[in-house]
Design a protein around this ligand. Structure first.
Ligand code: FES
Length: 233
């Protein structure tokens, strides 16, 4: 077991208490993750600490947090690899509900706006709609998104204007725009050509650095910008 010093930025906008840093000493296994340290605090010290998690294995995307100043998944980073005390804050640019829980509704509304599903009005074939391995490879990288919002909430444009659709939305649009089976390309690109769409991106690469799945986020955004220009809206 190892000792972990945690500094958690706590707030409860629904109460009269002021936002504050709270410090805790946790015990985790030698290969314990930040999520394990947060569980220790919640289960052994203070049950009122609020944070989201589900799969605990880097798949569901629910525990993105600002850990030592960097957006990461709490379940995917080992305490022993971090400088102590480990600071933990909610992801930036979103309304805080309590402690590390933020309101994800605007994030998912933006995601829905680009219609992240297959659009193809043609009658379904008797078997599946096929595509070649090369066609599938075209959007392989952007299929890896787990909608954790680490990219969007590391973007300075999003911090200054929460209406910007943000990297995660554009990445998920990219996944369908480049799918050879999809017919909604122009429709999605028109949505992304709006004032709050892809051209708000200033190519700072924060999103690429923040992505826990290693998606080339900035490159995907650039590809979407080029596709918009080709369509000439
Ligand atoms: S808890 Fe599911 S990604 Fe971390």
């Amino acid at each position: 077991m190892i000792g972990v010093r945690l500094k958690v930025f706590r707030q409860d906008p629904g109460s009269s208490s002021q936002p504050r840093w709270a410090e805790y000493e946790a015990q985790v296994e030698d290969n314990g993750r930040v999520l394990d340290a947060l569980h220790y605090v919640k289960w052994q010290i203070d049950g009122s600490l609020a944070f989201r998690r589900s799969c605990a294995h880097g798949v569901c995307g629910s525990d993105a947090m600002l850990i030592n100043g960097v957006n990461r998944l709490a379940c995917a980073v080992l305490c022993r690899d971090l400088k102590q005390p480990i600071s933990v804050e909610p992801i930036r640019g979103m309304k805080v509900e309590k402690d590390l829980i933020v309101d994800m509704e605007p994030f998912f509304e933006s995601y829905q706006a680009v219609k992240p599903w297959l659009i193809n009005p043609d009658p379904p074939p008797s078997r599946e709609r096929t595509q070649s391995p090369q066609e599938r490879l075209r959007f392989d990288d952007t299929t890896k998104c787990i909608l954790c919002a680490a990219c969007t909430t590391s973007c300075p444009i999003f911090w200054s204007d929460g209406r910007y659709m943000g990297p995660a939305t554009i990445v998920n649009a990219h996944r369908f725009i480049h799918d050879s089976r999809d017919k909604g390309r122009r429709e999605r690109l028109e949505i992304l050509s709006s004032e709050e769409g892809a051209f708000r991106c200033r190519t700072t690469f924060n999103c690429t650095d923040a992505c826990p799945r290693g998606i080339k986020v900035t490159e995907a955004i650039q590809e979407v910008k080029r596709a918009i220009l080709k369509e000439q809206f």
